[in-house]
Design a binder for this molecule. Structure first.
Ligand SMILES: CC(C)(COP(=O)(O)OP(=O)(O)OC[C@H]1O[C@@H](n2cnc3c(N)ncnc32)[C@H](O)[C@@H]1OP(=O)(O)O)[C@@H](O)C(=O)NCCC(=O)NCCS
Length: 243
């Protein structure tokens, strides 16, 4: 029986984020994003419930963000999830500017999280500005169901939407996902963001590869080529994107 990608309904929120937390278990980013979630290295029930409630509220305020589930129709189980921003119109600075910080945290925890996220936010802002694009914010597959093509299926949803809109698709990758994006025809933005041991607490740098894919339907626009030239000006780029 097929795997199918569908938009989530409110009743899916907890299962969808259980998949997310399982997929990212052991990833240092999760502990930096949600230090309050863990007791003895495990995410507590209390945190999961609070997080689900918060996500549901958040969804109401972000009509351009779409949370998807991948369902195994043999078992009805949610086996993967993705979150996409679909920005089909040009946006003004107020609409695309980065968040003011990691407002869900305080003190040193907030500072640490911002050191991790702000360079990623700024890079995206600098590369894409208010130009129409699709942004894959999260992609996660339940570890029990990885290597069945679920990641590719969820990714294809975003690629198809970007193709229909004739806009680029952009994402920040983990090292685990690099092969998937390369196989699916993504190109790497020149220069990745590097997270240093003083932020992560690890003994090595973590590279965050940044990927984009231009729509086949708009071959005149080569984002990587323009970036190599240090070209980011929005007005000129917009005329190419909208051709
Ligand atoms: C990265 C991630 C989303 C990939 O999900 P996935 O469902 O395993 O991805 P796919 O199954 O589509 O592809 C993964 C591999 O399985 C292979 N595969 C796909 N279908 C298969 C099948 N039926 N049988 C065997 N292998 C298969 C693919 O060819 C691919 O092989 P490769 O690793 O040699 O390139 C998943 O590992 C994950 O959630 N990781 C943790 C979170 C994360 O890093 N997310 C990315 C954030 S940017």
């Amino acid at each position: 029986m097929p795997l199918i990608v569908l938009p989530i309904t409110p009743s899916d929120i907890r299962s969808v984020y259980d998949v997310y937390f399982s997929a990212f278990e052991g990833n240092v980013m999760l502990e930096i994003l949600f230090p309050m979630a863990f007791i003895d290295g495990k995410i507590t029930e209390e945190f999961r419930a609070g997080h689900a409630t918060h996500q549901l509220e958040y969804l109401k305020s972000t009509p351009l963000e779409h949370t998807l589930k991948c369902v195994d129709t043999d078992t009805n189980e949610i086996v993967g999830m993705a979150v996409y921003g679909v920005y089909f119109k040009e946006r003004q600075y107020d609409e695309y500017k980065s968040p003011s910080g990691c407002e869900w945290l305080e003190g040193q925890e907030r500072k640490r999280c911002e050191k991790l996220l702000v360079p990623l936010w700024k890079k995206k802002e600098e590369l894409l500005e208010g130009r129409p694009h699709v942004y894959c914010q999260v992609l996660a597959v339940d570890p029990k169901h990885q290597k069945r093509g679920i990641g590719a299926l969820l990714m294809q949803w975003g690629i198809d939407v970007a193709e229909k809109l004739k806009v680029p698709i952009y994402l920040e990758s983990t090292l685990a996902a690099v092969r998937l994006y390369e196989k699916m025809g993504f190109d790497r933005v020149k220069g990745s963001v590097v997270q240093k041991p003083e932020i992560t607490g690890l003994d090595h740098d973590i590279e965050v590869p940044l990927f984009y894919k231009m729509p086949k339907s708009n071959p005149n626009f080569d984002f990587g080529h323009l970036k190599d030239k240090g070209y980011t000006h929005r007005t000129e780029t917009r005329t190419r994107v909208m051709v």
